[in-house]
Design a protein around this ligand. Structure first.
Ligand SMILES: [Fe+2]
Ligand SMILES: [Fe+2]
Length: 182
């Protein structure tokens, strides 16, 4: 398995969900009726596909190998860049969830915080993904030995097999398509 290509392909699905987040935010801005259950589905996708399934592989199999093997430039790139951005994304999702709760409880003004956190997350992730595709993954491919890359590929392959057995990829791609068509 080419684990880097797999991660690049996963970015495409994640970017499609970013477009959904923006679409729903614009509807809210225009005062349209929005089913907040759909926002929970987006949060579910972000937490379990973008974060657990995708960032999980980056953090547990790739980034740590880069820090171990590629010196201080890699350490800075990963620890001050990628990991901080993963965490900031988690904060946006938490604040998005809290804002939705407030709107559902009757606080109309909190729609602002729903839009702000959803759209900020899309900006963050677009930049993050572009950086990984253009810089971080290439830095890894150019700098890691074949032996280390083979190990990353093997770990990703086994992770993917487990996830497939649990139906993770199918579930979240179906959820994405459902929201794209709404
Ligand atoms: Fe990442
Ligand atoms: Fe990524």
């Amino acid at each position: 398995m080419d684990s880097i290509q797999l991660m690049v392909d996963e970015h495409v699905y994640i970017k499609r969900m970013l477009a959904v987040l923006r679409k729903y935010s614009y509807r809210l801005l225009n005062g349209e009726q929005v089913d907040f259950e759909d926002f929970y589905k987006m949060i579910d996708f972000v937490r379990n596909y973008a974060d657990k399934h995708h960032h999980g592989k980056e953090e547990d199999f790739l980034f740590n190998r880069m820090v171990e093997n590629q010196g201080s430039a890699a350490e800075k790139l990963v620890k001050n860049g990628m990991l901080v951005e993963h965490d900031l994304g988690r904060l946006h999702m938490q604040e998005l969830e809290e804002a939705i709760e407030r709107v559902k409880a009757g606080d109309d003004e909190s729609k602002l915080d729903v839009i702000a956190n959803a759209v900020s997350y899309t900006h963050l992730l677009h930049r993050h993904i572009d950086k990984e595709d253009a810089v971080v993954y290439k830095f890894a491919q150019n700098g890691l030995s074949k032996e280390v890359m083979d190990q990353i590929d093997a770990q990703c392959e086994s992770f993917e097999k487990d996830a497939t057995a649990q139906g993770i990829q199918d579930k979240y791609i179906k959820l994405l398509e459902e929201l794209e068509n709404k």
